[in-house]
Design a protein around this ligand. Sequence first.
Ligand SMILES: CC(=O)N[C@H]1[C@@H](OP(=O)(O)OP(=O)(O)OC[C@H]2O[C@@H](n3ccc(=O)[nH]c3=O)[C@H](O)[C@@H]2O)O[C@H](CO)[C@@H](O)[C@@H]1O
Ligand SMILES: C=C(OP(=O)(O)O)C(=O)O
Length: 434
Amino acid sequence: MSSFEVIGGRPIKGEITPQGAKNEALQVICATLLTKETVIIDNLPDILDVKNLIHLVSDLGVETQKLSDRKYSFRAQNINLDYLKTREFKKRAAALRGSIMIMGPLLARFKKAFFPKPGGDKIGRRRLDTHFYGFEKLGASFDFDSEEFFYTVHADKLKGAYMLLDEASVTGTANIIMTAVLTPGTTTIYNAACEPYVQQLCKMLNSMGARINGIGSNLLTIEGVSELNGCEHRILSDIIEIGSFIGLAAMTGGEITIKEANTEHLGVIPLAFRRMGIEMEIRNNEIYIPPNQRYTIETFIDGSIMTISDAPWPGLTPDLLSVFLVVATQANGSVLIHQKMFESRLFFVDKLIDMGARIILCDPHRATVIGLNHETPLKGSIMTSPDIRAGVALLIAALSAKGKSIIHNIEQIDRGYEHIDKRLRTLGAEIKRI
Ligand SMILES: CC(=O)N[C@H]1[C@@H](OP(=O)(O)OP(=O)(O)OC[C@H]2O[C@@H](n3ccc(=O)[nH]c3=O)[C@H](O)[C@@H]2O)O[C@H](CO)[C@@H](O)[C@@H]1O
Ligand SMILES: C=C(OP(=O)(O)O)C(=O)O
């Protein structure tokens, strides 16, 4: 288990370019299983989850080749489905959440797929019902071995269908889309997730010859085709990393420019930071955060306390709520952070309270933060990163705090943030891996 040692209290300064998006990368790597032809993916982030998934698909038989720093080619000509029954596969699949998205392509191409319990953040119940509801609607049978925790789907024949999803699951929608593109007939998915990751997946699939309409909305219509060809795809910048950098700059009083910031794809993220009182200038494809901000959280028009809460896209992504929460600890004013989707993602506030933050955890989903208005800095502390986004929130807290902090279990952060220590050092942060 590695740790970060951080000396806080130094404003960050400079320019930074975000990595490619983790959640898009996981979708499009799985999509390479849909064709025998070569797919080239550019801007893949060099993070643990992506490395693990590339390893997994290679073990499954996909020929993978690193073409340059962030560019890989994938060729899924000879797939060995027996690998899905091995102990090695169970271990690899359990290392990340996104691995579940190999099921849709395998079902589409080979009419069967198996999967053990996927990994990912331990942030509350993470059900998979929507995935299997969709597969069943397309004609697959589904079995669950509760002793072995093993999911199986198989079909003699798949057929396009109408479906109304019970929830707009991101990986669930991606899985169903990837089955439907090779399923004869018309599939209509209503209440589909439409996060930028899903939009990007659909665009990539259309460039491979799929026929998907309604991209960017919650109503997708897919005309199945008999086969897909190869393509070249470039991953967008990671909007969660962009939000994390905005939060870090605000908390440390720093001045940064975020290059290649995907400004058209940020949805309500800039608005939510502005509601926290954080100023930013969006210029062309860059975001500039001015220095020394003493931000004041807005109230609602009627004067009531601001709530920052998550919702499926185009609502605010749940993956940034931990960052909003930590940023609020130094604001002028109060905010209610309401994490609606996940049940165990706010418990890390105990660590912020130890550092001097004023937070009341109302229940597992809601925390009220009363800002310190930059009058008293947080104090350095020793802590353990419970999940990827809480980990980054603790890192932001440590970089803004007075004195030294140690953050353990940083593998959680490495799952989704590329060489974060090295990149933050270029902005003047005092952080080292120990
Ligand atoms: C690898 C990957 O891409 N992971 C992302 C993906 O996870 P993942 O696809 O696993 O998450 P889902 O979208 O399935 O669901 C997330 C949580 O929200 C709940 N839910 C979801 C939709 C809805 O309309 N109502 C509702 O309550 C679900 O029950 C679940 O607890 O999407 C999540 C939600 O954006 C993100 O946090 C994860 O980073
Ligand atoms: C919850 C997250 O990831 P995963 O779904 O991969 O666990 C996240 O990226 O914040």
